[in-house]
Write a protein that binds this ligand. Sequence first.
Ligand SMILES: Nc1nc2c(c(=O)[nH]1)N[C@H]1C(S)=C(S)[C@@H](COP(=O)(O)OP(=O)(O)OC[C@H]3O[C@@H](n4cnc5c(=O)[nH]c(N)nc54)[C@H](O)[C@@H]3O)O[C@H]1N2
Ligand SMILES: Nc1nc2c(c(=O)[nH]1)N[C@H]1C(S)=C(S)[C@@H](COP(=O)(O)OP(=O)(O)OC[C@H]3O[C@@H](n4cnc5c(=O)[nH]c(N)nc54)[C@H](O)[C@@H]3O)O[C@H]1N2
Ligand code: SF4
Ligand SMILES: [Mo]
Length: 702
Amino acid sequence: MPDGLLAEAVQRAAAATATHCPYCALQCGMMLSQDRAGAWTVSARDFPTNKGGLCRKGWTAAALLDHPDRLATPLLRDTKDGPLRPAGWDEALDRVADGLLRIRAEHGPSALGVFGGGGLTNEKAYLLGKFARLALGTGNIDYNGRFCMASAAAAGLRAFGIDRGLPFPLADIPGADAILIAGSNPAETMPPIMQYFEAQRARGGRLIVSDPRRTATAKLADLHLALTPGTDAALANGLLHVAVRDRLIDPDFIEARTTGWESVRRVVASYWPDRAERVTGVPAQDIERAAHLLGEAATAMILSGRGPEQQSQGTANATAFINLALALGKAGRPHCGWGCLTGQGNGQGGREHGQKNDQLPGYRKLDNPDHRAAVAAVWDVDPDILPRPGMPAIEMLRSLGQPGGVRGLLVAASNLVVSVPDAAGLPDRLRGLDLLVVLDQFLTETSSLADVVLPVPQWAEESGTMTNLEGRVVRRLAARPPPPEVWTDTRILSALAARLGCAAAFPAEPDAVFTEFRRATAGGVADYAGMSPERLAEADGLFWPCPDDAHPGTPRLFQTRFGHPDGRARFTAVERLSSAEEPDADYPLYLTTGRILTHYQSGAQTRRVAELQEAEPDAFVEIHPDTARGLGLRAGAMARIATRRGSVVLAVRPTPGIRRDTLFVPFHWGGASSANLLTIDVVDPISRMPELKVCAARIELA
Ligand SMILES: Nc1nc2c(c(=O)[nH]1)N[C@H]1C(S)=C(S)[C@@H](COP(=O)(O)OP(=O)(O)OC[C@H]3O[C@@H](n4cnc5c(=O)[nH]c(N)nc54)[C@H](O)[C@@H]3O)O[C@H]1N2
Ligand SMILES: Nc1nc2c(c(=O)[nH]1)N[C@H]1C(S)=C(S)[C@@H](COP(=O)(O)OP(=O)(O)OC[C@H]3O[C@@H](n4cnc5c(=O)[nH]c(N)nc54)[C@H](O)[C@@H]3O)O[C@H]1N2
Ligand code: SF4
Ligand SMILES: [Mo]
């Protein structure tokens, strides 16, 4: 860090720094301060997203800053079977560069792969994409957002022409007379957001939740639709059937602002309530009631979570709910709209700037000649040297070590071994690579397999921008300098690019990257050009697009026109198709997976926070008490859950709110209790999202 920045960070450390949480996409505002004894503490601050609230993960985030597990130097392995040992930066970076160059010389650039994460700042995500395309020359870059909101993004882009998770600010939520939360559990995954739903309910608004479990969120709702896992499109089509039948749709809106309605109308005609009930298990009268609550409300929103999206039919599911919102005339108007509750800290920005296989900065497309030319001009290279789109995540991970596949992989900000579906074979595939390099703060289930581990700062030790679930760009400030032998991700990429002989510029400091990044987004859909650090610091962030210094930013999209050239939203008819694997005699139950309040993602961070780990030390399986009784499974007993991929042994947690035919396992743990030893890696044909939410399982006393 240059002296000026260091001095600034030190000065801030003496006072409290106004920053944002390291975890989810709400990006709650927080203060970080150090007491006289040197301990760091978090306190809440009044920011528009969290309004003074924080969840337990946010409150305890500072516990990781001086954690004894933190990596303090690069680590490397002298032989494939040898242990990791500390090394200096020159040795570690030389090793990485030599390894990458050797693979490229022998097998070509597409034998190199990069795997990124939605937790990276915009600057890092941008530089990682540039690094893959220019320094490595490979198209094989993808990231964990593929497992997150890729289906919602694909559906939103197809329907609206622009994918921004929420096309409106959270502040609009209380003004919606009816809201359907489709397969999300924000009471556990974004607790401070519940203020907005509570305000909506206090105004007399109605809340509907569709989820196979009666979650903390569903408990607050007027109506809970406890659908069978994997039947979301049937539910949405059933709701739209009723809306058509009972004249709840908005023909004027359909006529003026959309195209393609006829084909949708024809398809939903056969989703009469009895049929929808048979498929979804939701009583027909509840489907009728929900359709009326949404259709009769003056304003309504549909908010999508990972439930309907993380399926092999995820794009179709999200599309079916978008069709419903459009047909009701509940999109592109005040307090109305379909939106996706994006998950990771920078899940939104991380999907806009080039760490996706087919993408260039500014939400541009790698296969569009104009887009290639625009970005190549900023990078000062010939557009023809930009590679073509490479493999999306699951395909890339399947290719590891295969003929023609990836042999050298660089991972930044993902703990793949825990979070990838059907993960049993992944550790061996990673070990078998010619070179695995992981940039992380900890020795995780993934980084511990690497040939070279490069330590990076934590969120409070470097500045950077994050784009939250609303499309609001916020600036995180460094509260203290990183430990001496820890390098930022951007500095590492810059040093590697130089060693690889790349002629293009690779700025090392986040602020310099941000300046270049803003230029690279100029003219794109997600245009950040007008967002100077000074403006971001003054305001409570800025919403993209914000093309110039005078532009106020765009909190609300689609109010007058949608993002397609004709300004109209597009209907796409979808049928409900079966999940990749349905229960049968051998595996009679559905297994679904997801989150609990106290842990974050693969648990790489939160399992190291004593308070959180004590609250939920181990994975468990939720099962309906009747199902458990029938199988002789008592509370706390250890049960074996098996699927065609593998089995895990977990404590039984009888839960009256879950469907009788469904098991739920949180995925925050690795090793023998990893939910992803059970899941299936079949992907959605459009979004390439894997089916994390549905497979067939059986359970028995262990
Ligand atoms: N505590 C905590 N908070 C987090 C995270 C975390 O790991 N922990 N991660 C962040 C990230 S990256 C994300 S993506 C978000 C995710 O936030 P959510 O979408 O709220 O999270 P999930 O628990 O994955 O899934 C939501 C719900 O989908 C339901 N579900 C399962 N199968 C189906 C189905 O077939 N149909 C429907 N309709 N519902 C189904 C589950 O029962 C679950 O309650 O959370 C963010 N916030
Ligand atoms: N069964 C099942 N599996 C799932 C899901 C599910 O619902 N069910 N959900 C999926 C979803 S939505 C998601 S988002 C994924 C998430 O799963 P992962 O991709 O594994 O995400 P994290 O656990 O957040 O891993 C982030 C890692 O990066 C490190 N890190 C944090 N900040 C930085 C940084 O700035 N730079 C670098 N280099 N490293 C950093 C952290 O220490 C951590 O090890 O899991 C997916 N997997
Ligand atoms: S809701 Fe999300 S951003 Fe807010 S404190 Fe919790 S983890 Fe952090
Ligand atoms: Mo996610």
